[in-house]
Design a protein around this ligand. Structure first.
Ligand code: UT7
Length: 339
């Protein structure tokens, strides 16, 4: 191996909880309709974790599938990272819980928090660390139980999210023309109040003094608060910019892109990004209709689905992107390494 290896995705996995909640069912809980949810967001249903199912449970299922797919065991790993906004505990990390569930120990584990952009951020972070030679094989999981931080009486948010986990096995190897390319990441914290959930301690934080008083649940967490319309406008704008930027830093033209694998927040946002790229909709991987917004899990779940159903072919150019609370957004580019 040369001193700067190329980082490849060797395996993928995914897990969705058994329980499916339809829009119809939601319309019995809040003042909404299947027609409104489908036409405004593209969502038809979402999976919800059972009462005793934690983020680490979903993550462990997806992890096992990705390890099997890569033909390795957890003992072969050098690090494990979980991108999540809904960790089991404040600490220790969900990654350390998954490590112990996989019955291994010793290698480093940590969580990364960039909300819906967590997977895209983590992929960029790990690519840099692995290229520098720190790790050879890493398991990266995006996992969320968003249902636990929703206000089920707020129709503006509860209809939009779902639970799930997706995972990839990353491996440093030879440069064979495939693998991860350069990523771009951004954040603008001045938008933080448009999309947030607070911990009880944040009631005292001066930077939230303009926010309305919150009901904090028994676990000390407030539900997601979102000014959807404003988030929508900035998301479309910033995603349009970031896909151009990631193409530019990688010296790639629009017509070279084979697949757009976007964060799945709203079909109208996905379509706006595809349009910006002049990419036919069939070249975009869509799961939002069945999964809703699973935050950090949505990109790896979409990637796993397209890998397993045979859409992704070795050498094809993939563009991954996400937009999140913060606001934090970014994009990754890669050539698919698997046959
Ligand atoms: O994951 C990353 C970040 N999240 C996002 O990217 C989400 C971004 N935002 C969105 O996807 C969209 O803004 C929404 C799907 C949240 C809303 O769509 P919209 O077209 O922006 O609708 P709106 O917020 O402008 O609301 C239109 C109307 C309002 O009624 P009035 O004031 O016009 O009478 C809302 O009260 O729709 C009403 N409304 C609903 N009606 C039925 C809001 N939620 C619902 C609902 N069912 N669930």
């Amino acid at each position: 191996m040369n001193s700067f290896p190329t980082i490849h995705i060797r395996g993928t996995g995914g897990y969705l909880p058994e329980r499916v909640m339809t829009n119809q069912e939601l319309s019995q809980l809040v003042d909404t309709s299947d027609e409104w949810i489908r036409s405004r967001s593209g969502i038809a249903c979402r999976h919800l974790a059972a009462a005793d199912e934690c983020t680490s449970d979903l993550a462990t299922h997806a992890a096992r599938q990705a390890l099997d797919d890569a033909g390795i065991t957890a003992a072969d790993l050098d690090a494990l990272v979980v991108a999540t906004t809904t960790p089991d505990l404040i600490f220790p990390s969900t990654a350390s819980i998954v490590q112990s569930r996989l019955k291994v120990a010793g290698f480093p584990c940590w969580d990364i928090q960039a909300v819906c952009s967590g997977f895209v951020y983590a992929l960029a972070q790990l690519e840099g660390m692995m290229r520098a030679g720190m790790f050879r094989r890493v398991l990266l999981i995006g996992a969320e139980t968003m249902s636990g931080i929703l206000d089920w009486q707020d129709r503006g948010t509860c209809v939009l999210f779902g639970d799930g986990a997706g995972a990839v096995v990353l491996e440093a190897g030879e440069d064979d023309g495939c693998g991860l390319m350069r990523s771009v990441l951004h954040c603008d914290g001045s938008y933080r109040e448009l999309l947030m959930a607070r911990h009880a301690r944040c009631q005292r934080a001066p930077n939230t003094k303009n926010m309305p008083a919150l009901e904090i649940d028994a676990a000390g967490v407030s539900a997601i608060q979102m000014r959807g319309n404003e988030v929508f406008r900035v998301a479309v704008n910033k995603l349009g910019e970031v896909v151009q930027e990631v193409m530019q830093v990688n010296g790639v033209a629009q017509q070279d892109i084979d697949w757009l694998i976007p964060h799945q927040a709203n079909i109208r946002i996905l379509r706006a990004t595809a349009k910006k790229l002049q990419l036919p909709e069939e070249r975009m991987v869509v799961t939002v209709d069945r999964h809703a917004n699973t935050s950090a899990a949505s990109v790896p779940l979409a990637l796993n689905e397209a890998a397993r159903d045979g859409r992704l072919q070795r050498g094809q150019l993939l563009l991954l992107e996400a937009f999140a609370g913060g606001f934090a957004w970014g994009a990754n580019m890669l050539r698919w390494s698997r046959d």
